[in-house]
Design a protein around this ligand. Structure first.
Ligand code: ADP
Ligand code: MG
Length: 714
């Protein structure tokens, strides 16, 4: 039978309907699928030894002849042993197999086999337990670098390895080459056939590295081509020309902007006056002063008579932004309004009417800003704070929905609702996103691959780094003493408890913690027993917006000494008088999240502290937390976080809107990512729509990879 990549696995001997079903669970239906099912690791089974020379500390291959019929014994119910005696030139080995009765029929006296396993030795007696074996001369599972595949119940590695071997031996001819020859040669990448063969059955680890490098490059190249296309299309998009002078704006600020803030404002100013649609990310560590930069954008929009929408991830933050923006911009005549779920009824109606009439210049809110019924008079700029909650897909949808006045087909609408431009609005709004989460550069290149980036790499003057301590339960009383001392000096204190209930909101999906009852009880205990003399408030995500606002206002206004909260204070909250951040169950948070929380203090002139409380005995958990004590550099922490938890967990369970990668490793393949990205941008610059015949296949791959976001690539 001639095998092709389309051959169903169930056509192969040894794969019946039952195994076929299990293989499908792994996403494997055809031999072509099997080619793409990559090993997760390899076992070096190349070393051959005689029994006498066999190392004691690692497995090796031993060639020996079975010298007696295998014998089976039943030790007890559920435990049987097959024992075999085998000999090589100079020694005798006794081999035991547990619960593998069939081996009695397989191993035949007088025949030579290769056994792969660790040889144990007692004097002149050799033994092996459960070795891998095959007939001498067969070379399928011994004497080679053995691929080890991701498996599922009922599918053995040997079965899969057998299938990939068939696929590699018979289906590589005519395998289409995705990478254009020029790219392949310029970046010294092997051909696709060679890569596929050697990723499954490498002749050496060197060849494996060559194969892997190509496959990683290919994957990243396809992805970055897609991103480059996105960017390229946006750049061609027309944008309203908006003129605004950063120097003139700076006069409105109560402080002199840092050089980094100035640069970011210059970048934005240049984008806005370019005539093209802006798609810019402003990235800066917590406290670096991104709000002022956002305000510059809003101010510029107002100067030019167009509206600005500022979107925050939580209501709390939206409320705070509205206050800050109003204080800053109202004196310059900018009309600021706040739209959250708390705005209802007549009040909301009036607000929406004012918005549609163009009587509001800056509307601050949550994603409610783009819900049904919210109509702008003339929306020119959208600013999103905390970018990682605002992925590529949403940005693309926003730009599209804002564009050209024709509503998108129903099938393409997403959860967030529509952003319908006023009739006749000729251009999509400019987009500015602000990220307080320092993203490792690798991830930044992927996630922001379609954006221009300004980095604020400088903190406002006069900040002293926050001292961070890790304490166990045994230090709780001392910690309470420290809280009291800070309060006595007039400072304010945050105590953050991870809460399970708020997982639904997705902010901290991977950080389970106390239930709300426990948090409430803890707050009561602090108020009544531990700090009866202090003013203790509690805020959590399940509070009514009005109540939440009241507690936050009390804390901001200095009417509370201690604020117990679930993670709703995570981002953005700005109380310069707060000098101590206590985080309970700290081990439940990611490092970047902890760093964010820590950024809530150290914002004023007071020496500030962060105390991480953990009862965890786990050495790795403590190592992680110590990394946070050791540095205040958000980027370094982010890199460490990525290394420890992998990109999947980096942002929590929430999707960042980009495809899953199969071969590439964000932490390890950074250099290659840069190379692939440069190559992709060059190629897309020459052939933006990938129309050339040499790019036909690449175009298909790009589409396939972005299948979940297929609407991005029409
Ligand atoms: P983030 O980047 O985390 O959003 P903010 O914009 O909230 O930071 O700024 C943090 C604090 O620093 C605020 O109190 C803000 O008023 C202050 N700030 C921002 N820029 C400057 C500056 N150039 N000089 C002094 N203080 C500044
Ligand atoms: Mg901020």
């Amino acid at each position: 039978m001639a095998l092709t990549r389309e051959t169903p696995l169930t056509d192969l001997p040894g794969v019946g309907p039952q195994r076929g079903g299990k293989l499908e669970k792994l996403g494997l239906r055809t031999l072509g699928d099997v080619l793409n099912h990559l090993p997760q690791r390899y076992e070096d089974r190349r070393e051959r030894c005689s029994l006498q020379e066999a190392p004691a500390d690692r497995p090796c291959c031993v060639s020996a002849m079975v010298a007696e019929s295998p014998r089976i014994s039943y030790v007890r119910r559920g435990l049987s042993l097959v024992k075999v005696k085998a000999v090589d030139g100079a020694g005798t080995v006794y081999i035991t197999f547990f619960n593998q009765d069939y081996i009695r029929e397989v191993l035949r006296p007088g025949e030579e086999y290769v056994f792969y396993g660790t040889v144990e030795r007692q004097g002149n007696l050799f033994s092996m337990t459960n070795p891998v074996f095959e007939r001498e001369g067969s070379g399928r599972t011994t004497g080679l670098i053995m691929p080890v595949y991701p498996l599922t119940a009922g599918i053995s590695n040997n079965l899969l390895a057998g299938l990939t071997r068939r696929a590699v031996e018979e289906c590589l001819d005519g395998l289409p080459e995705v990478l254009p020859g020029t790219v392949r040669r310029e970046h010294r990448l092997c051909q696709t056939q060679y890569a596929r063969r050697n990723i499954h059955y490498p002749a050496s680890f060197e060849e494996l590295a060559i194969a892997r490098r190509r496959l990683v490059f290919e994957e990243l190249f396809v992805l970055t081509c897609g991103l480059a296309q996105l960017k390229e299309r946006r750049c061609r998009g027309e944008g309203r020309r908006l003129a605004g002078d950063p120097e003139e704006f700076a006069a409105l600020l109560p402080f002199a902007p840092t050089n980094a803030q100035r640069r970011a404002m210059e970048d934005i100013s240049a984008d806005l006056r370019s005539g093209r649609a802006m798609n810019r990310l402003v990235q800066g560590d917590v406290g670096s002063g991104k709000t002022a930069v956002a305000a510059f954008g809003a101010w510029t929009a107002a100067q030019n008579g167009v509206q600005c929408a500022l979107m925050a991830p939580t209501e709390l933050l939206a409320e705070q932004h509205a206050r800050t923006m109003d204080a800053l911009l109202a004196p310059a005549g900018v009309r600021v309004a706040l739209l959250t779920a708390a705005v209802k009824g007549r009040e909301k109606k009036a607000l929406l009417a004012a918005l549609a009439a163009g009587e509001i210049d800056l509307l601050v809110g949550t994603h409610a800003l783009f819900s049904q019924g919210v109509e702008y008079h003339d929306l020119g700029l959208v600013i999103a704070d905390e970018q990682h909650r605002f992925g590529v897909a949403q940005r693309a949808a926003l730009a599209e929905k804002g564009g050209a006045g024709s509503p998108p087909p129903a099938g393409r609408r997403e959860g967030g609702g529509d952003l319908l431009p006023a009739a006749g609005n000729p251009s999509p709004p400019h987009i500015l996103v602000m990220s307080a989460t320092p993203i490792p550069r690798t991830l930044a290149l992927i996630i922001y691959g379609d954006l221009d980036v300004s980095v604020i790499d400088e903190l406002p003057p006069g900040r002293t780094p926050v001292d961070t301590f890790l304490v166990g339960e045994d230090k709780r009383r001392r910690m309470y003493g420290f809280i009291r001392k800070q309060a006595a000096e007039g400072r304010q204190i945050y105590i953050v408890c991870p809460s399970v209930e708020e997982n639904g909101g997705g902010d901290w999906a991977e950080a389970p913690g106390m239930d709300l009852k426990a948090v409430t009880a803890y707050a009561r205990q602090l108020r009544e027993t531990v700090f009866p003399d202090l003013r203790v408030g509690l805020v959590h995500g399940k509070l009514k917006p009005k109540d939440k606002e009241a507690v936050m206002a009390a804390f901001t206004g200095g009417e509370l000494d201690v604020l117990v909260s679930t993670t709703v204070v995570e981002v953005g909250v700005d109380v310069p008088n707060a000098s101590l951040m206590v985080i309970e169950n700290a081990e439940r948070f990611g490092l970047s999240q902890l760093h964010q929380l820590r950024g809530r203090v150290g914002r004023g002139r007071h020496k500030s502290y962060c105390v991480l409380v953990t009862a965890s005995r786990s050495e790795t958990a403590r190592e992680r937390l110590k990394a946070l004590c050791a540095t205040n550099d958000g980027f370094q922490i982010a890199e460490e976080d990525l290394r420890l938890r992998g990109p999947g967990d980096f942002f929590g369970k929430r999707q960042h809107g980009l495809p899953q990668l199969r071969v590439a490793d964000f932490a390890a393949d950074m250099e290659l990512l840069k190379e692939a990205r440069a190559a992709a941008e060059e190629l897309v610059a020459r052939d933006p729509e990938l129309k050339k015949p040499a790019h036909r296949l690449l175009k298909r791959q790009v589409r396939k990879l972005f299948e979940e976001n297929a609407e991005l690539f029409n």
